[in-house]
Design a protein around this ligand. Structure first.
Ligand code: PDD
Length: 286
């Protein structure tokens, strides 16, 4: 079965789908995106993802391309046409196509792309069971990473560095030694008292949807959560470290910069959160 992509009003074979060479996403990274998990035939946390999309568009003053109802229709259609029951969809909106000029074009229509793919649930579960290795890298991104923009070059370079060093995630660290977030994940620690800690979602990090829902999961499990900055030293001394994102939900981190976290094995809190997550998250039938 061939993959189908939605591009500006048309459902096209994935291999032939494309936007114009003067799309501003291609030329200026002038666009935003969302990645949303699909599990057992349900879209996970759709409302929160679409709310964040609206916010990202608003911050960049890109017009909403269509109503929410129309967008949800397109998402469902792409998932159905690709027969995705476990996987994800990717949604991207750019300011549109126009002759190259840095200032906003007048009257350009935003470009919309929606793709979907199945993911290897077993490989993801294996990673969650074994845990992952992370490295730290100096923060070198702009200060509006709260906008889910497609401009991800520092994140790309950081992930590549992690891969070349035998790790799966790179964690950005500020000049003052405080932990920001992963290249494509939020970072959490479990401190000595068993309290979950994650950095406040001000302008320094992306406010992850998984991060937000995980706070609901913590309430369900009776776990205390603190939104407070922590240092690399505190992370290394933590009982557990884990990362969250829609693509992985929750992966235990068993080493940072080759130094073991706790006893060097995945912790039970990350595992419990992972198991409880789907039961707590919003589920929208495809
Ligand atoms: N990344 N921080 C960054 C920099 C991210 O790119 C992401 C998500 C997150 C977690 O956000 P959420 O829980 O809403 O997925 C945090 C997506 C998955 C990606 O770029 O593929």
């Amino acid at each position: 079965m061939s993959r189908i992509a939605y591009v500006n009003g048309a459902y096209l074979p994935h291999a032939r789908a494309g936007v114009h060479i003067e799309d501003r996403g291609y030329q200026f990274a002038d666009g935003v995106y969302e990645v949303c998990e699909v599990r057992h035939g349900f879209i996970v946390d759709l409302t929160r993802h679409l709310d964040r999309l609206d916010r990202s568009l608003g911050e960049l003053r890109i017009d909403r391309p269509m109503s929410r109802a129309a967008l949800v229709h397109v998402i469902r259609e792409v998932l159905r046409r690709n027969r995705v029951r476990n996987g994800l969809f990717y949604l991207q909106v750019t300011r549109g196509t126009a002759r190259r000029d840095h200032v906003f074009p007048v009257g350009a229509t935003p470009s919309v792309v929606v793709t979907a793919k199945r993911t290897d649930a077993e490989a993801i579960a294996r990673k969650a069971t074994h845990g992952i290795a992370a490295i730290t890298v100096p923060e070198n991104r702009w200060d509006r990473v709260d906008i889910k923009s497609v401009g991800l070059l520092p994140n790309v370079l950081a992930r590549q560095k992690a891969k070349e060093e035998g790790a799966q995630e790179a964690i950005f660290v500020d000049a003052d030694g405080t932990v920001k977030e992963g290249a494509a994940t939020n970072v959490w620690i479990v401190d000595r008292n068993g309290t979950l800690r994650t950095r406040p979602a001000d302008h320094g990090i992306l406010k992850g949807i998984t991060r937000t829902t995980l706070m609901d999961v913590a309430v369900r499990l009776g776990l205390a959560v603190e939104e407070r900055t922590f240092s690399v030293e505190e992370m290394l001394a933590a009982r557990e470290v884990f990362i969250t994102a829609a693509t992985s939900i929750c992966f235990p981190v068993i080493s940072v910069d080759r130094r073991p976290i706790g006893n060097g094995h995945p912790g039970s809190i990350a595992q419990n959160i992972r198991e409880a997550f789907f039961g707590v998250a919003e589920k929208t039938l495809i």
